[in-house]
Design a protein around this ligand. Sequence first.
Ligand SMILES: [Zn+2]
Length: 416
Amino acid sequence: MELPRRKAMGLFAAGAATVALGGSATAATGSGAFVIRDARVFDGERVLPHASVLVADGRIRAVGEVLAAGVPVHDGRGRTLLPGLIDCHVHLNETARADALRFGVTTELDMFGDPSGLAEARRQRRGHARTGQADLWSAGFGVTVPDGHPRGPGFPRLTPGADPDAFVGERVAEGSDFIKLVIEDGSPEHPFPTLTPAQARAVVQAAHRRGRLAVAHAEQLHNTRIAVDAGADALVHVWTDTEATPEFAAALRAAGTVVVPTLSVYDCGASADSLLADPRITPYLSAPQRESLTKRSTRCRPSFLRNALANVRRLHAEGVPVLAGTDATMPGAAHGPSMLTEIAHLVTAGLTPAQALAAATSVPAKHFALSDRGRLARGLRADLLLVEGDPTTDITALREIHTIWKNGYPVERMPV
Ligand SMILES: [Zn+2]
C-alpha cells in the first residue's frame, strides 16, 4: 500500500495545473482513484468556474486541470462540486450521523450529548475507512446548573459550591472536544437558575487552560452579554429577543467571537415544511428525520426569525464570522436536510451564496480547527458534495444532490 501511494504523491506533488496520471493509473485505481471532471468547483472559499478534481486514497490529490487516464471519471458538466458540509450545532440521536451524511453533511459538531461514544468517533474521524456516518466532534455533556437548562436527568451539573475547573477537567477526560456552557435563565413566567457570570468566566478559563474552545448557549441579549464577557469563543445560537446594536456587533468583532445562529429553530417550521414538500428531499428521509421535521416548538414566535435575521445581517456586515448550524434534533430541524435550509437562511440574512457555503465548510473548519476538511485542496479529506446546477448563484440548487462522497467513497442515499 505504501509504495503506490508515495509514488502517486510524488507525481501529483508537481503542483502544476495539469496533472497527468498515465503510468500510475493501475496504482491509482487500486487505491480507489477517480476524477470529477469539468465541474464548477466551490473550493470552500471561492468559485472555480471550470475545474476537475482527482481523488485517491480517500484524499483530494489535485484540483484544477486534471488529465486522468485509466481511472473512473464522473461528469461534472452542469454541476457544482463542494466540500462536504459541516453542521456546527447538532444533538445526536441514533440515526443522526447516517441521516446527516445522506444529505451531504459529512461532519457534525454535537453541542451537548452523551460522551460515551467519543473515543470511537475520534478514531473514525482520523481514519479514511468507508463509512455510512458523518464524522463527529462533540462538547459531550455541557456545563449547566441544577434545575437549569436543559431539563432532565442523566448528566452531571455544576452545583453552587463545586469547582468549575475540576468540572471542566472531568468533561475533557470524558472526551469533550470543546466545552459548552449554558446561559439560559428562562422567561419571566418560567425562570430557570443558570450559571453566574463568575461561574461562566471560570468555565471558559478552565476550557482555555486545557486548550479547548468554550462555546456558549444564550438566546437572549442579556445572556449573550454574559457569555461574551466571560470570554466565550463561539455563540452557538444568535439572540432572538431583540436586535443587536451596532456597538454590540462591534464588541463581538473585537472579542473575536464567532456565531452559529441556528436560524432553523427560529423559523417556526417554515423551512421544515418546505423540505417535507420537496420531491428532491422526501425520498431520502428516514423516519427520525420526518419526525424532527414534523415536530414544532410551542415557544416559537415570528419575532424570533425576524430578530435573528436582523442580528445575523448586522454581525456579518461587521465582520463577525457566521457559521452554519441547525440545532437538529430539536423540533423542526433534522440532521442533514436542515443544513440546506440553514444555508439558505444565511443568504436571506445578507450573506452571498458563496459566503453562506463558506459558513458551512471552510469557516467552521478554520474556527474549530478541523484541519483536514472544509476545503477542496490537495491532501485534504475527500468529503465531497456534487449537486446539479449552481448553488453559488442559486442557493436552492443545494437540494438537488447528485453524489456525495465520504472519505472518497460514494454514499448510499436511500435510508436503511
Ligand atoms: Zn442545541
